[in-house]
Design a protein around this ligand. Sequence first.
Ligand code: PCA
Length: 218
Amino acid sequence: MNAPIPRILLTGFDPFGGESINPSWEAVRALHGRRIGGHRIVALQLPTEFAGSLRMLKAAVREQAPAILLGVGQAGGRRQLSIERVAINLQDARIPDNAGVQPVDEPVIAGGPAAYFSTLPIKAMLAALHAQGLPAEISNSAGTYVCNHIAYAMLHLAAKRRGMRAGFIHIPYLPVQAAQRHGSASMALADVVRCLEIALRTAIATPVDRRLGAGALD
Ligand code: PCA
């Protein structure tokens, strides 16, 4: 019998905050079923809801037992693809989630550590994207809304599950969204998809991250 193909669970979110699309889902769904570096990608749309997203994530991780778990979310206004370094154990919502829930200063996981670092090779991913001429940065905050919540939950699950690495990437608006917002920063869908492919390929090929300076002064 052939060994099963290891899985990558790649998540995006549904639209929120008055938008009619979420670029994270548009990009992630384009990769569903694709084979990358001997792994099969399974795309999953999470609701932009604190409780609902966590429930769905846990069920999918149990079912898929992925080797790599990568969350993707929209960060409107960011100028380039942001590879998140850290997720914090905090929910502080400036706007209600899609279920109308707006937690303030509550933990993602009661009793969990204050923060987790990404267990994907973020510096190697950054270098690979730059080498392909794609704009990307390391980000030291995934915010305090549903994306940080899911990034934290992914890393919490990964901390308990041997053989599973996890991380999170924020992406800018698509051009069609930026056009409605006085030309806010944006990235074309095809470029986002290419970035995700390169990031995943690099993650598979890089068990130990490179030591490259990519810190921030602010
Ligand atoms: N972005 C939001 C939640 C869903 C999404 O795509 C965030 O950055 O928290």
